[in-house]
Design a protein around this ligand. Structure first.
Ligand SMILES: Cc1cc2nc3c(=O)[nH]c(=O)nc-3n(C[C@H](O)[C@H](O)[C@H](O)COP(=O)(O)OP(=O)(O)OC[C@H]3O[C@@H](n4cnc5c(N)ncnc54)[C@H](O)[C@@H]3O)c2cc1C
Length: 467
């Protein structure tokens, strides 16, 4: 998509210091938040100029949702966001609901589909949504200029003077919609934070979020030596597996049950990498509010990678994970492994063979403690059953960190929301300055929540600016 240089923008690039161009509202950043704000403000008859540093607007929108933009969610609540003040995003979300966004997308004629957890995606490329948004901004008289970086802004007697690559520009109000440093491949940068800080705002330390969880090599379970058939106690007295059971097992397993638990852990990531399955993930040590901890969003797909845990479940956990704390995974959500172990029809089988019917074999081998996993289910003690169930339903991992901003879909932290009025998104420190979108310390879970926050905060500021 190309953006036509606007009359105001042309004047901007040729500006002479004595007569800088003037506009009512200058929006910094042509991402979803800035464009939505421009659409709303231009619809009110205000002169709106959007300045975008990149050569194209909406680069993150274009790559969102795998290119199909998970643009909202049928169920958007403040609890789905991490924010310095949990109530902050309530008013803007209430004033612009997912249903309103869905109607707007329908009015634009864009086809959508609902996926799990109420996530609404386009079924056409995200550039179609960007095109409709840009067209609305233009037809309402708004102007978008690309390749124009805002370097600084300062208060004047009747508004702001904004320093740009193309010279200064005067505006009665300024909206900062410059995003975050996440995903620099699509233009993410901390420039917006710096502009807000230069206006006196406080930065809540930013961190990569909705990113893979990194695990130290020994944190991933290694497949254990579990023979396919039950092993009687007398045959394990030597603590060695029968030769037949050792054939074809990985080196760690061949050394027998004792060897399995001290297996070369560096094999584990390679062994499990690529396994993807539905799980329920939780953060038992981080004290999530009960309503959030119970939310169905935590049941989603998990992917083992060479570095740790990825997939939607791990990405969501990364938003609330705290260093030094564990994440817990239920590998059989909705199925009771205890019931399988207790079922008399499976009494002659081993826990391993029962689990193998539910999970990929490599994972089943890796999860279960080798000793009870190789006994007949009927003969297991109560303690052994509990140990096996904990291994499957409450497996804990201790991440060493979260991947960096290059793999982070969003940035946690941001401009402190206590300095921003929640209905208008106007600075409490500098009236006439508005702050919206991912720039703020409002970060949603995976599932359309971040784009919805961009729309909702953009609409709130677009309605409030110069009102
Ligand atoms: C790979 C990926 C997939 C994603 N998928 C989804 C999804 O499916 N659903 C969802 O809800 N969210 C998704 N997100 C998150 C979502 O894209 C962002 O939360 C959203 O784009 C934030 O909108 P924004 O307008 O606040 O910021 P941005 O989209 O980052 O836009 C900010 C704009 O400001 C410009 N800018 C910055 N500084 C300056 C300056 N000084 N002068 C001029 N311009 C400047 C930037 O170039 C940028 O264009 C995804 C993110 C990524 C990276």
């Amino acid at each position: 998509m190309s953006s036509n240089p606007s009359p105001a923008a042309e004047r901007l690039s040729n500006a002479v210091p004595s007569s800088p161009p003037r506009t009512d509202v200058l929006v910094v950043g042509a991402g979803p938040a800035g464009l939505m704000c421009a659409r709303e403000a231009a619809g009110r008859g205000l002169r709106v100029l959007v300045l975008e540093q990149s050569d194209r607007p909406g680069r993150k929108l274009l790559v969102s949702g795998g290119g199909k933009a998970n643009f909202t969610n049928r169920r958007v609540l403040p609890l789905h966001y991490r924010c310095g003040d949990p109530a902050f995003c309530g008013p803007a979300l209430k004033a612009f609901s997912p249903a309103v966004m869905e109607r707007l997308v329908a009015a634009w004629g864009l086809p959508v589909e609902e996926r799990g957890h109420g996530q609404l995606f386009l079924t056409v490329p995200a550039r179609n949504l960007l095109h409709c948004l840009m067209e609305d901004v233009r037809t309402r008289g708004g102007e978008v200029r690309t390749r124009c970086t805002v370097r600084a802004l300062r208060r004047t007697a009747d508004g702001f003077c904004v320093e740009t690559d193309g010279g200064p520009c005067l505006a009665r109000a300024v909206v900062l919609a410059a995003g975050s440093p996440a995903w620099p491949q699509a233009g993410g940068s901390p420039a917006g934070f710096r502009l807000a800080q230069a206006c006196g705002h406080t930065l809540v330390p930013p961190f990569p979020a909705l990113a893979p969880l990194l695990l130290p090599p020994d944190a991933l379970p290694a497949p254990a030596a579990v023979p396919a058939r039950p092993v009687e106690p007398s045959r394990t007295a030597s603590r060695r597996l029968p030769p037949a059971a050792r054939r074809g097992l990985p080196p760690a397993a061949r050394s027998g049950p004792g060897g399995a638990s001290s297996s070369p852990v560096e094999d584990a990531p390679a062994t499990l990498a690529g396994i993807s399955l539905p799980v329920r993930i939780s953060l038992p040590e981080t004290g999530l509010p009960p309503a959030l901890a119970r939310d169905p969003v935590w049941q989603d797909d998990l992917l083992f990678t060479h570095e740790g845990l990825s997939g939607p479940a791990a990405l969501k956990a990364s938003l609330f994970w705290e260093p030094g704390k564990a994440v817990q995974v239920d590998f059989l959500p909705g199925t009771s492994f205890r019931a399988l172990l207790d079922d008399p029809r499976g009494g002659r089988r081993t826990p391993f063979s029962l689990l193998r019917q539910q999970l990929p074999q490599r994972l089943a081998e890796a999860l279960l403690p080798p000793e009870p996993a190789r006994r007949r289910a009927a003969g297991l003690s109560r303690a052994a059953r509990e140990q096996l169930c904990a291994a499957v339903h409450a497996r804990r991992f201790l991440p060493s960190g979260v991947a960096d901003f290059r793999k982070a879909e969003v940035c946690g932290g941001g401009i402190d929301v206590r300095e921003v009025e929640p209905r208008r998104l106007e600075s409490r420190l500098l009236p006439g300055l508005f702050l919206i979108g991912e720039l703020l310390d409002v970060t949603g879970l995976l599932g359309g929540y971040n784009l919805h926050w961009a729309w909702a905060s953009g609409v709130a500021a677009g309605r409030a600016v110069l009102s």
